[in-house]
Design a protein around this ligand. Structure first.
Ligand code: IVH
Length: 686
């Protein structure tokens, strides 16, 4: 905005005021489209541009800054303590059900009280965060409060204003004069992981779980700190309302969509369900979907849909009789840490593993959990004999969260990873700044030998079917093999001597070994087990080196030219092939008959056809398995990712695709089925 000479100061200010209001309105609208409707209309860069324009106007006219300006999310003044807020209507809690029987009892009670069966339910995930109340006056967010004891909570308005997914200003103009919405503030898992990493890097304590992190973030006296925390919000109801312009919906489902139009974010998993059976099916579906969600949920909340029906049901104590939380099996339980054992991996890394008193977590019996390394053990201060909290979350891998120090045995001592390899006795050395230590014996250590062979024969490597861990162990124990190339000299006479190996299984195994010789260059590279050369690096190497010869002689500089290969990996590759033992091994494997199709002449051009795509694969397919799809896409230069985000360009959706499909639909990402995938692969390979 320019300061025209002809304008008086007042006129300039008036113009700025109009512009500030207009920019504010536009930014609120675009935030609504992005966060609530998942349907952005402008790019992030365009949004930033509008935002900066507003910021600069506000800098020139600070007196014109509106409380709910999008720029005010960064947080206001720090507080000494939180003010108390009395809830006009109490914030209630929910009764729980833990199995189908308890859920059925809830349903029966409703049937009996209403004396009919034609009512419907609403189901939503039970979010594992904190309840908040948000009050909008004439469409502006004027107050946010915690639940507190249900009657009185704390005023956390400045903190809540920093949460992107909470509207500072409602959309449209038909909202009530006063509208109190209620919902859950939570921390998405990706943000939680990052936050904990930052905490640790700064020497601060990590949060035990996303719920604690969300609580700690909301109860910051300095809103500038809250602003840095990745919080999110879903609404699940309303509280006090004054002067609605139109009558509000008479049922929860319609009300939620009315709120959504006004800019309040609601759960995308909200469903209207007509029967007990459909409710139980929804619960089962959520149990399955849960590991793929980017936030923690601990059950399903069912509510009677119609408010008239809710009223008839009334309350018991402080919980409504028209709603129930059907909880999932606990994800966090306590058990005893029986021992810490050291496992030696393929590259010699010593990994401490917790042996636990078997315990059921989230429906699965857990007996072991990795403790990662010495730093983790120190940080969590876990000792043998401790009562520990074990958790299965987000992904399915169980972990030890912490010890309950108050229940520690008096004579316990901190655990220290030994400085010798527990298998071969060689010295274990710490590598540079890494938190891990490695057995220094290399392939003379039986543990490393075994892991190297297990890796070599595994499905994604040479894929030797029928060569399970137990057989590998026996082959080594009986000294029938020492290195991977010895696998190709095995005979029927050798194998028949092994335990539980009949003629048929020996024949099958020999056929599988023989068949594995016809492989791909990438599988072969991966099978060698070069440090940090995973499947996808192996594919890049295949695509960039026309022959094994060229790869064996590649310099660090040449390797660094390849996309995805950094200093460490390049160095690992060069060091691996420079070791005479390794180059002899490669030679011997080739002599044994391992071979692969020569890359086609135009391989390198071909490999770039999909280089702009970031592809996610979900569901199951009739003619492919996922690894094959992944490999083919990689070969064409595409990046294949495990989760759907704004950056995803294509979702390949097979049968029974679940939440990823839903998310991709919401984000407007291109979705293709198996036939279309086939077409894409064929066209891109031309
Ligand atoms: S409804 C009267 N819906 O669970 C009903 N609550 O145990 C009020 N929660 O304090 C709550 N997700 O913090 C409702 N979809 C959902 C929920 C939910 C999480 C929390 C909420 C409440 C607690 C009750």
């Amino acid at each position: 905005m320019s300061l025209d000479r002809g304008n008086t100061e007042e006129e300039v200010k008036e113009k700025a005021k109009v512009e500030i209001n207009e920019l504010s309105k536009q930014l609120h609208l675009h935030a609504h489209k992005y966060y609530v409707l998942d349907d952005p209309e402008i790019t992030d860069a365009e949004y930033d541009q509008l935002f900066r324009k507003l910021e600069s106007l506000e800098k020139n006219f600070p007196e014109l800054i509106i409380d709910t300006s999008p720029t005010q999310r960064v947080g206001g003044q720090a507080l000494d303590k939180f003010q108390q807020v009395a809830h006009v209507k109490p914030m209630l809690s929910l009764t729980n059900a833990f199995d189908n029987e308890e859920y059925q009892a809830f349903h029966k009670r409703i049937q009996q009280t209403l004396n009919r069966s034609d009512f419907d339910y609403i189901a939503e995930p039970k979010l594992d965060g904190l309840a908040v109340s948000l009050t909008y006056k004439n469409g502006l967010l004027v107050q946010a409060a915690t639940r507190g004891d249900g009657q009185i909570g704390e005023n956390i308005t400045s903190n809540v204003k920093t949460i992107d997914t909470i509207a500072l200003q409602l959309q449209g103009d038909h909202y009530p004069e006063i509208l109190e919405v209620r919902g859950e503030v939570f921390m998405p898992l990706a943000g939680f992981k990052n936050l904990n990493q930052t905490q640790l890097n700064n020497g601060d304590k990590a949060f035990a779980n996303p719920r604690n992190a969300a609580a700690g973030s909301l109860r910051q006296l300095d809103p500038a700190i809250t602003a840095t925390r990745p919080l999110a919000f879903y609404c699940y109801g309303i509280g006090h309302v004054e002067n609605p312009k139109h009558e509000l919906a008479d049922n929860y489902y319609d009300l939620m969509f009315q709120l959504k139009q006004w800019g309040i974010r609601i759960s995308p998993l909200l469903k209207q369900l007509p029967t007990l059976e459909s409710c139980l099916a929804y619960y089962q579906k959520l149990v399955e979907v849960r590991p793929n969600l980017d936030y923690e949920i601990d059950g399903v909340v069912f509510k009677l849909n119609h408010f008239a029906d809710q009223e008839k049901m009334g309350f018991i104590a402080r919980a409504p009789r028209w709603s129930i939380a059907y909880k999932f099996p606990a994800q966090e339980v306590s058990t005893t840490l029986l021992a810490i054992e050291i496992q030696v991996g393929r590259t010699g890394v010593l990994t401490p593993v917790a042996r636990l008193e078997p315990v059921e977590v989230g429906g699965v019996t857990v007996t072991n959990a990795t403790l990662h390394n010495q730093d983790e053990i120190n940080k969590k201060d876990v000792r043998v004999g401790d009562t520990v909290i074990v958790r299965r979350a987000g992904d399915v891998i169980p972990e030890v969260v912490r010890s309950i120090v108050s229940r520690r045995l008096p004579n316990s001592t901190p655990f220290v990873i030994p400085d010798t390899c527990p298998i071969c006795g060689a010295v274990a050395v710490k590598i540079n700044d890494e938190a891990k230590s490695r057995c220094s014996a290399g392939l003379t250590c039986p543990a490393q030998q075994k892991e190297v062979i297990k890796h070599f024969v595994s499905r994604k490597a040479m894929n030797i079917d029928g060569l399970g861990d137990r057989i590998v162990e026996q082959l080594l124990e009986n000294k029938l093999i020492l290195h991977v190339d010895d696998l190709y000299t095995l005979t029927k006479e050798n194998l028949i001597t092994l335990e539980r190996m009949g003629e048929k299984s020996v024949d099958n195994l020999l056929t599988a070994i023989e068949r594995s010789k016809q492989t791909t260059f990438a599988r072969f590279i991966y099978a060698l087990g070069i440090r940090e050369v995973g499947e996808s690096t192996a594919l890049s190497l295949q695509n960039n080196f026309k022959s094994l010869e060229l790869l064996l002689n590649a310099s660090t500089e040449e390797l660094l030219l390849i996309k995805d290969i950094g200093d460490v990996v390049a160095k690992n590759i060069v060091t691996f092939f420079a070791d005479e033992k390794n180059s002899r091994l490669v030679q011997s494997l080739i002599e044994a008959g391992i071979c692969w199709p020569e890359p086609s002449i135009n391989q390198s051009e071909k490999s770039q056809a999909l280089s702009d795509e970031i592809i996610v694969i979900t569901g199951s397919f009739e003619n492919f398995n996922r690894d094959e799809i992944k490999q083919q896409l990689h070969q064409l230069g595409a990046q294949v990712s495990g989760s759907v985000s704004k950056k995803t360009t294509i979702l390949v959706a097979g049968e029974k695709a679940g939440s990823k499909l839903e998310k991709a639909q919401n984000l407007g990402i291109r979705i293709i089925n198996e036939d279309e995938l086939n077409k894409l692969l064929n066209e891109s390979s031309l």
